[in-house]
Write a protein that binds this ligand. Structure first.
Ligand code: GLC
Length: 635
């Protein structure tokens, strides 16, 4: 049963597609109050209750014991001390003494104190009094998720080739660099389907331009790569460079398409290209305009994009920078003591993603000026909607690969997400794993993290272990930051180990693609916490390092350095399968705790009794896979 409670005049976020009657929030089942213009509600938790949800967020699968915030944030340090990442996925559910789910459809800040202030209490503070809350009451966790997912509409399905292995880096700036990547993979006999174009393919970081010195005949080049079976995936950033003569900026300006300041002028912020205008994606006309610009690249044969910096990330605003520079000038020649020095330093570090800047941005929603603070969490989702709406109209479903950094529930109907700028840290393998079921609950099925880690230098063993988890994530992309060690598989010693891992992915693609489409069709999850299926099993309930995959499997990546395996908990008898290249080793194992050996070139998988998983032969491209002739591994 799903029930909608409404207070005030909610902004239409288009997150929910189900038409439901509104009930007064007075009848909302939890204790609630309004304080300082905020709506606060709370519920108590017994010690064994599990709280899931919040999609792409820090910390565990079980969200208890922390304060989270729904506030899309450009933050490249995904430590456990953070409260938000790039997305706002306002779905929470409890399993245990009571089973229920809550979705808060509200595009501004929400604070979720889940047993932080009081261990036995969740206190949710909505930063306003105009919202819808959907309350879902059902017996089983998976039914709660399915009901929620039914209400928010079916998840995006990417093209089949988007299940291939993808290589990215900031940046492969020109044809020579891209060719070297393809060549490197081909020579090492490692499968590959996509190569990414990060910001340097553009002319001075201008959206929808291609630097003609780096790519003299871009359309011809894209075509040649397609003939090699490789898709090039360019990045698109939210901000449009301010430059005289740059058509997109000038069109945006003439048509009043950029976000404004309260007193009328365009809000100017600095991102990669320097000063940009931020398209007002909350305005339908702007969405249509911006969406149609992707045509510039699709006309050149491009069939996949990643939307970035759309929280939106603002390195500085012109006003903020001016104030900071004035402050610095005023202190010139002074003897800076502790407080003065740090005040100056903080003025500069505080320039980025500054709350005062966000508060000074205004949107035109149906002719009304609305402060950004009220709609912050749907800005990026609307950028992606702009693209998604255009792609669907122009090409139909599942033709264009699209995923975004910032997101809000609803964007899952037209795109996937990636989990942003993680680190080459062992702990981030587990963080990746933990986000998967949470993202699935919120409708985001096509997702994945930067495999190998984005920031800092990766070690060979870390990349291998990361990839062994990535074998199962719908988006399997290796991506690394500017200035870090080369992270392409062929650049490491003994690249055959990488080939062994990535070939396993290609062998599993028919199974993974089928599981994905089924999950989208039936509003199911691809990845589930063990507690969903074994609610009465204490070890399953507490498990944060393994996931159920589809109806058949359990996955359990190795996530520590200098180990040759890991402990794994089997909530029932299963078959342990070790996959490596074309090798398949199986061993029956009884319910319980086991230590399993996993070499660096092996992918561990468990198959439930009576279930089977198809494998095809590996191939260098998804287009070369023979998906008809399958062999089966039986559990
Ligand atoms: C952002 C993105 C990252 C990209 C970089 C340069 O940090 O999250 O993936 O490589 O910008 O475009």
């Amino acid at each position: 049963m799903i029930k909608k409670f409404t207070l005030g005049n909610p902004i239409n976020t288009e997150a929910v597609v189900l038409k439901a009657d509104s009930h007064s929030v007075d009848t909302f089942p939890f204790e609630h109050r309004i304080e300082d213009g905020k709506f606060i509600f709370e519920f108590s938790m017994e010690s064994s209750d599990i709280i899931y949800g919040l999609g792409e967020a820090p910390r565990g699968i079980n969200k208890r014991g922390w304060i989270y915030e729904s506030f899309c944030s450009d933050d490249p340090f995904h430590t456990e001390t953070k409260s938000s990442l790039y997305a706002a996925h306002n779905f929470l559910m409890m399993q245990g003494s009571k089973n229920f789910g809550i979705f808060i459809d509200f595009p501004a800040k929400i604070r979720w104190d889940i047993g932080y202030t009081h261990e036995d209490k969740t206190v949710v503070t909505i930063d306003g009094t105009d919202f819808d809350i959907y309350f879902i009451d059902d017996n089983k966790p998976i039914d709660i998720v399915k009901e929620f997912r039914y209400a928010i509409g079916k998840s995006y399905i990417p093209p089949f080739w988007a299940f291939g292995y993808q290589q990215s880096r900031w940046s492969y700036p020109d044809e020579t660099a891209v060719d070297a990547v393809i060549d490197g993979y081909d020579k090492a006999n490692i499968p590959l389907d996509c190569v990414y174009l990060d910001i340097d393919y553009m002319e001075r970081y201008k959206d929808f331009t291609v630097d003609s010195e780096k790519f003299p005949d871009f359309a011809g080049y894209v075509k040649k790569k397609k003939e090699q079976g490789i898709h090039l995936i360019p990045i698109i950033d939210a901000g449009v460079k301010k430059e005289t003569g740059y058509k997109i900026y000038e069109e945006g300006l003439i048509n009043d398409f950029f976000c404004k300041k309260s007193d009328g002028p365009v809000f100017e912020g600095g991102v990669w290209p320097g000063i940009v205008g931020f398209p007002d994606f909350l305005n339908k006309e702007v969405r249509e305009w911006f969406g149609s610009k992707y045509k510039i690249l699709t006309d050149m044969g491009i069939d996949g994009f990643w939307n970035d910096m759309n929280e939106p990330a603002i390195f500085y605003s012109t006003t903020g920078l001016e104030n900071a520079l004035n402050k610095a000038k005023s202190l010139e020649g002074e003897n800076l003591d502790l407080s003065k020095f740090f005040e100056l330093k903080d003025t500069f570090t505080g320039l980025s993603n500054n709350p005062a800047d966000y508060s000074s941005i205004y949107h035109n929603i149906d002719g009304k000026m609305v402060c950004h603070d009220k709609v912050h969490n749907i800005y990026g989702a609307n950028m992606t909607k702009a693209a998604g709406e255009y792609f669907e109209k122009e090409f139909g479903k599942s033709k264009i690969l699209m995923f975004s950094r910032a997101s809000y529930v609803g964007a899952h109907r037209s795109s996937g997400i990636w989990f942003g700028d993680n680190h080459s840290w062992w702990s981030h393998i587990l963080l990746n794993l933990k986000m998967l079921p949470s993202a699935n609950m919120c409708g985001f099925l096509y997702c994945g993290a930067d495999l190998g880690g984005f920031n800092e230098n990766a070690t060979r063993d870390l990349v291998l272990r990361f990839l062994a988890l990535g074998v199962f994530t719908p988006l399997m992309r290796n991506h690394a930051a500017l200035g870090t060690r080369n992270q392409e598989c062929y650049n490491f010693d003994n690249s055959d180990d990488f080939k062994d891992i990535i070939e396993v992915r290609y062998r599993l693609i028919p199974y993974l693609y089928n599981t994905f489409c089924k999950a989208s069709e039936t509003n199911d999850m691809i990845f589930r916490p063990l507690a969903f299926d074994y609610p009465d099993d204490k070890l399953a309930r507490e498990c944060e390092t393994q996931l159920l995959l589809g109806d058949e499997c359990m996955i359990c990546p190795v996530y520590e350095q200098n180990v040759n395996g890991r402990y794994v908990y089997l909530p029932e008898d299963m078959t342990y399968v070790k996959l490596s290249g074309t090798n398949v080793e199986t061993r029956f194992m009884e319910k319980g705790i086991h230590y399993i050996d996993v070499a660096l070139n092996e992918v561990p998988l468990f198959i439930k009794k009576g279930k089977k998983v198809p494998l095809c032969k590996p191939a260098m491209r998804t287009s070369l896979l023979d998906v008809e002739n399958l062999e089966y591994i039986e559990g």
